[in-house]
Design a protein around this ligand. Structure first.
Ligand code: 1CP
Length: 342
């Protein structure tokens, strides 16, 4: 389908544009009153994720409300462990929990992988089809998956963690097993992203949310090779790699065959440009907490960020928008970008 506002895709392909595109990680979610009221009428988070027309509705809410340059399909990275055989629960106000986790070689052997696992996620592909159909080519739809290391950490820990010490322990104590698990997650993720692309997403983002807990050597050994496989396997659409906290691995990430590098808010634009060069397409990276500041301050900081990245830049926050961010401030951020001219 022809996309009317394809600013995001043009920038991802390395083209120069009149202004940068803008979208926000977690734009489909609790910042929007429409989301909160729909969510309150349901049994829980999973009902929303697993009901395609509802997931589509929530994906479209920020398009109408905020006027962003891209939609992201409403889902969660945790659908992958579930499709591989480890179901998750989403506990209100606490977050994800896995009743069963990976503890042994046998647990890894028993996992479903690749196309068979991707086959389990028909509700996601259906949600993508509905959303693309309803967007009518207005803007592109972003598909996403967790990076293998981030998915691995949930499968081993069973929930979020401050240290991820159980998952990291496995890397140190059982490196061969860790590679087996990483390989299965990667094979599944590749099939899953291909199916999402076939269903209609125009670009994909890989979230390595827990990259920053690994040592540089662990990241190079256990994360980069699998990100590389994903980047090489996904050729039909641009790939954005967002590895949060992985400033130490910037050189390795720069060598990945991905169209865009996502930056967190700890990375100063001039440092990123110094390491990546002026032509590398980057995405980010205003501190999400900046959106608690005044409208004037948000406008000034956003413009300054755009000037510092100096092109080949997709505007976003340095991580997901926090649920209690005033909606007016999110709009100020988006509108500042839309009014900007290089
Ligand atoms: O009740 C609710 O509404 C739950 C809050 C929520 C939402 C809105 C969760 C639970 N997931 C989501 C949606 C979601 N998750 C999206 C939607 C699309 C968008 O960005 O607008 C996306 C992209 C994700 C991806 C995701 N889930 C990541 C990677 C991105 C990131 O923020 O780093 C991670 C780490 C998760 C796990 C997860 N899901 C939900 C929570 C609370 C968490 C994090 C828990 C933890 O700290 O471990």
């Amino acid at each position: 389908m022809k996309i009317h506002n394809d600013l995001l895709l043009r920038v991802a392909r390395g083209e120069k544009t009149e202004r940068p595109p803008v979208w926000l990680m977690r734009q489909a979610g609790r910042i929007l009153p429409q989301y909160r009221s729909l969510r309150a009428s349901l049994s829980g988070f999973k009902e929303l994720v697993e009901t395609p027309h509802l997931a589509a509705e929530v994906s479209l809410q920020p398009v109408d409300e905020l006027g962003v340059d891209a939609a992201i399909i409403f889902s969660d990275i945790l659908v992958i462990p579930e499709a591989m055989g480890l179901p998750y629960e989403m506990i209100e106000k606490k977050g994800p929990n896995f009743p069963r986790t990976i503890q042994s070689s046998l647990d890894i052997q028993n996992l479903i992988e690749g196309e068979n696992a991707a086959d389990e996620l028909g509700y996601v592909y259906k949600a993508v089809e509905i959303t693309v159909n309803e967007l009518q080519g207005k803007i592109p739809l972003i598909g996403f998956a967790g990076a293998p290391w981030t998915i691995f950490s949930y499968m081993v820990e069973g929930s979020g963690s401050k240290t991820f010490s159980k998952a990291k322990k496995l890397l140190y104590k059982e490196p061969a097993l860790a590679h087996q698990l990483m390989a299965k997650i990667t094979a599944t993720t590749i099939q899953y992203l291909k199916r999402k692309i076939a269903a209609g997403v125009s670009i994909v983002q890989v979230f390595d949310s827990w990259a920053g807990v690994l040592s540089p050597a662990q990241y190079e050994t256990f994360a980069i090779p699998y990100l590389k496989q994903i980047c090489e396997a996904i050729t039909a659409v641009p790939v954005i790699v967002f590895a949060r906290g992985a400033w130490f691995a910037m050189e390795n990430i720069n060598q990945l065959d991905c169209a865009v590098i996502g930056l967190d808010w700890n990375t100063p634009p001039e440092v990123a440009r110094g390491e990546l060069g002026n032509q590398r397409v980057v995405q980010g990276n205003l501190d999400p907490c900046f959106l608690y500041a005044s409208g004037e301050e948000i406008t000034a900081a956003t413009k300054e960020m755009i000037r510092k990245f100096a092109g080949h830049h997709i505007v976003n926050l340095g991580h997901g928008v926090y649920p209690d961010t005033p909606l007016e401030n999110v709009k100020t951020f988006v509108n500042t970008v839309k009014e900007f001219k290089y």
